[in-house]
Structure formats: C-alpha cells, structure tokens
Write a protein that binds this ligand. Structure first.
Ligand code: N01
Length: 504
C-alpha cells in the first residue's frame, strides 16, 4: 500500500485541503471514493492505522465474522461476486475493502499512521484546523468517518491494570499470545465474545466465560456458496442483484418487529429458547444462558457454535459478578478466586462516550464531548450536529442498525454529503451549520418513534442507550426511509453564510 511517510519536518508543516476525511473504514473510504468521482474538491484521508478497513482491520480475533449476510455487506457500487460464504469472515471482508480502495484509486489521498489529535473550528477563517501526528491540516470541510466501534472500552474492575498474565481487548487481539493449554478467562458475552469462545475453547486448557447479561442467540445460517452459486454471481447478469434484493427485503422487514410491533419478535424468542434446549444438556447451564429481557432489546446474536462450546468440560460460565482482578486470578463477588494465565476483555466499545468527542471543538469553543454530555448524542439526520459547522458525521447519532447492513446507511449519508457539496459549490456557500431548533425538532420526533421500540421497552440495559436513557445510536425505521430523507441536502435546515467576493 502506498503510505505517506513522515518527513522530519512534517510536524511543523500545515497542509490545506478542501475536505479532510477522518478514518478509512467503510464510511471514510466510501466518502473518498465519492469525492474522487465528484472531482471538484481537494481532499485527504487521515487514517490512524496502517491500512484501510477500520473495524474490519482492527478486529482480527479468532472467529471474527460478520452477522450481516455477505451480499448486503458491500458497497452497492462495488458489489463483490467473489464472496465465498453467505456470511463473510473478517479476512475476506478486509480483503474486499482493500481491493475496493485499490480499484477506486484513492490510496494516494491517504495519510496512514496519522492520528488526529484534535479538530478545531476557526470561525474567522471559516475552516477547520486539524492537529495530527503528521502535522497540521486546515480544511474547509471535515467528514468524520471514525465509526461507532473504534474505541475499545476496558472494564473498570479493581486490580485489572496490575494483572500479571496476558491481557488484551478483543479488538486488539495479541496474536503473539499462545493460548494453547493455558487457563484463559474472557469477560463479556456480546457479539465478539460469542465468536471468540468457540474459536478458542479447544485450544485453551480451561476457559472461564464471565457473563454479566445473557444474550439472545439465534441460528447462524452460514454456509459456503456452491460452485454454481459463485459462477452465477460472477457470470450470470442480474443473479447477484436478485440475491441482494431478496436478502435486503427479508432483513428490512425485521425492523417491523423491533421497532413497530415487538410482539412479532416472540416467535424468534421461542426459536432462541429452542436452541438453548437443543444445544445444552445441563439444566443449570440452560438457566444461566436464558436472558431475562425481551429478544431484540440488545443486539440479537447468531451462532451455532457458542452453546456447544459452553457445554464443554473445560469451559465454565461464571455469572457471579467480578469483584477484582489479582496478579493471576479473578475473584468474584461470592469470594471465589479462579487462577488464570490470560485474560481477554470482550467488553465492547465507547459508543455514546467516545474519547474522540473531547478532541472536536465547535464554533462556541465547546467540544463535542461537552455538547453531548448536556444533550446526549444528538444530531440532525444522523449526519450533522448544531454548533459544528462544515462537518459531516458518517455513522453519526441514530444511524446504527440492529438487523441489517450499516453500509446501506453510510451510502445514504454519502448521497447527502455529495448533494451538500454540489449545492455549496453552485450557491457559493462558505459555511453551513444546522439550526438548533431544527435539530431539536428532529430529535423529539425520533425519540417519540423510539419510545415504543423493543430497544426501550424490552427490559435491558444496552450500549444503544446513553447516560440520559435515550437511544441515540439506532435508526428506528426502514433503511429506505432514511435513504429518502437524505436524498437531498436541505439547505433550509441550516444557517448558511455565503462566500464574500474577496474570499471566493
Ligand atoms: O461488545 P458488546 P462486542 N464487567 O458491547 C460485557 C458489533 N459486532 O464487542 O451485556 C462485565 O456488545 C457486556 O455485558 P452487559 C455489533 O454491533 C458485530 O461484543 O453490558 N462484563 C457484554 O456482554 C456489536 O453489538 C459482530 O451486561 C462487562 C460484553 O461485555 C458491537 O460490535 C461481531 C463489563 C460487551 O458486549 C459490540 O460487540 C462483533 C464489565 N465491566 C461485534 N463491561 C458481528 O458482525 C462490558 N461487559 C458478528
């Protein structure tokens, strides 16, 4: 991969671009591709990693795979006829993202290994200042493509920092650690953990799984594509599009159960209970893995291998709360101490409280962290935030999905960004900032729609909710409704300033 290297004086240089994109996962890369096609703006992609791919570059834990069908997990403008399975594994997704980046010829716009320390809006100069590990950049517009699942959350457990064995987060897997025959513990039973547990259960000597809340798990309908299917996707016109459309439609209907009629989810809940009965013999273990909230309230997980792994003789599911971590052991609230050699924390990500929010300062000198601390993680149409002019947030507030592909949402947001940039050019716009009253009204309607959903009424605590108890992460409607809403940049929702003649 081409990589911009840091020259000795890079840190003291300031580069100006029209648009700075932060991050090169699906969203940042998608933005780069669309901007390249648009052609009218100079842009740079500031990526802290050494490669494109974002969460799919970072999450390399054993068993890492996607729980959205492969056919939906690609850009609509770069469909991948090469998928080998109906649900792709991490290496294949990462390979796909890299190949799209190469084919789209955007890699030479990237600065890899470039951490953005801060972004500050300069009202007088009508531009953003970005302070990075590769020097300073100024940009008229910023597109944040950092994603929601990029900052690992470490559990705040007494003594964990003094643990003497191997310790790492699921999203920062230490591939030098050999778990063979070791006494291993994993904290968490979310989407990451339930993939890791079966993948390492036979390698570890013993595996202690620390569960705080049992998740609902459904069958994973994964299988390798047949040779005929792979041939058809590649060579018979329309076949892949048809497959994609069918999967899209079936996924889209799930939102009716999640957001509009939670009772419809009871069938799925019965199916999940059936899985527990079929896959676990031990009645005590069955009880422990049966959730006490309604299905869908937290993300529904899919696995055929997790319950059988828990049922193994060398695997223990521990449901007593963790009191502390000692040099080489974990002590639970009941006083039991279990010795371990390695500790994996699969405890998720900072989503509504990302540390990055503290580094972005808007027009009133307030950081995004301060603003979100007051209002919760609110935005307008998931893509702009009042007080942060000329900035687009891809995968921003209330754009997450529990049931289908986030790439669908990203592409809708990219339509909005590109339409905005076209209007900015043709109307000579210098700055745009969403009107606070418009944003407030948008969020009031959104929260009302969310209030009856299973995410709010299902009786669970989840990372979908912020500290105010609002759901600021999920989009409660159909993805096509979101797409329609973001088709055009609605200039009237924004406070606009126009370029003065001398700055034009
Ligand atoms: O993280 P999570 P994840 N003490 O936040 C527990 C996507 N994803 O990395 O439920 C003890 O879901 C926590 O317990 P509780 C997907 O969107 C997709 O697994 O909060 N336990 C929970 O069990 C997913 O939703 C795929 O009570 C603690 C777990 O840790 C998102 O990423 C694969 C704790 C965290 O679960 C995040 O998934 C992987 C503590 N202090 C990820 N803190 C696929 O496509 C947290 N926990 C398949």
């Amino acid at each position: 991969l081409p990589m911009t290297t840091t020259s000795p004086n890079a840190a003291s240089r300031t580069r100006h671009v029209d648009i700075a994109i932060i991050g090169s996962g699906f969203s940042g890369l998608g933005a780069a591709i669309k901007l390249k096609k648009l052609g009218s703006y100079s842009f740079v992609v500031l990526e802290r990693g050494a490669d494109v791919g974002g969460t799919w570059r970072d999450n390399t834990y054993p068993g890492a795979a996607c729980d959205v069908p492969s056919q939906l997990y690609s850009f609509s403008f770069a469909r991948n006829p090469e998928w080998s399975r109906s649900f792709s594994q991490q290496p294949e997704i990462q390979k796909y993202i890299r190949s799209v980046a190469e084919k789209s010829d955007v890699l030479d716009h990237h600065v890899f290994g470039c951490d953005v320390n801060s972004a500050q809006w300069d009202t007088a100069a009508q531009q953003w200042h970005l302070d990075t590990t590769h020097g300073r950049f100024t940009a008229r517009f910023v597109v944040s493509g950092v994603g929601a699942l990029c900052e690992p959350a470490l559990p705040n457990i007494a003594g964990i920092n003094d643990f003497e064995g191997e310790l790492f987060h699921s999203a920062r897997w230490d591939h030098t650690a050999d778990l063979t025959g070791k006494r291993v513990a994993i904290i968490g039973t979310g989407a990451s953990a339930i993939q890791i547990v079966p993948a390492i259960a036979d390698k570890a000597g013993t595996l202690d799984v620390y569960q705080r809340t049992a998740p609902w798990i459904l069958p994973r309908l994964d299988r390798p594509y047949t040779r005929f299917e792979r041939f058809a996707f590649k060579h018979i016109p329309g076949v892949q599009r048809l497959a994609r459309t069918a999967i899209y439609a079936s996924r889209e209907t799930q939102v009716i159960g999640l957001a509009k009629a939670p009772k419809l989810m009871l069938g799925l809940q019965a199916l999940a209970k059936g899985m527990i009965r079929a896959q676990i013999r031990n009645p005590e273990l069955r009880k422990k893995v049966t959730p006490d909230f309604r299905i869908g309230c937290k993300r529904m997980l899919i696995s055929n291998a997790y319950y059988p792994a828990l049922d193994r003789a060398n695997v223990d599911l521990i449901t007593d709360g963790i009191a502390e971590v000692r040099g080489k052991s974990i002590v639970t609230a009941d006083g039991t101490e279990r010795e371990i050699d390695a500790l994996i924390v699969a405890t998720g990500f900072h989503v509504t409280d990302s540390p990055m929010f503290a580094g972005i300062t808007g027009k009133d000198g307030r950081t995004l962290a301060e603003v979100f601390n007051d209002t919760g993680m609110q935005g307008y149409k998931g893509t702009t935030v009042a007080g942060f002019p000329n900035m687009f947030f891809l995968v921003g507030p209330n754009t997450g999905l529990g049931h289908t592909s986030i790439v669908l949402m990203i592409e809708s947001q990219l339509n909005y960004v590109i339409d905005a940039l076209k209007k900015i050019k043709s109307n000579n716009i210098a700055t745009f900032d969403v009107l606070p009253e418009v944003q407030n009204e948008y969020n009031a309607i959104l929260q009302k729609q969310l209030s009856d959903t299973v995410w709010m009424t299902g009786g669970c605590a989840s990372w979908y909710l912020d500290k105010h108890g609002n759901n600021t992460t999920l989009w409660p409607g159909f993805t096509f409704t979101f797409r329609r809403m973001l088709k055009q940049f609605d200039t009237q929702a924004y406070a606009i300033t126009v370029m003065s003649d001398h700055t034009d």
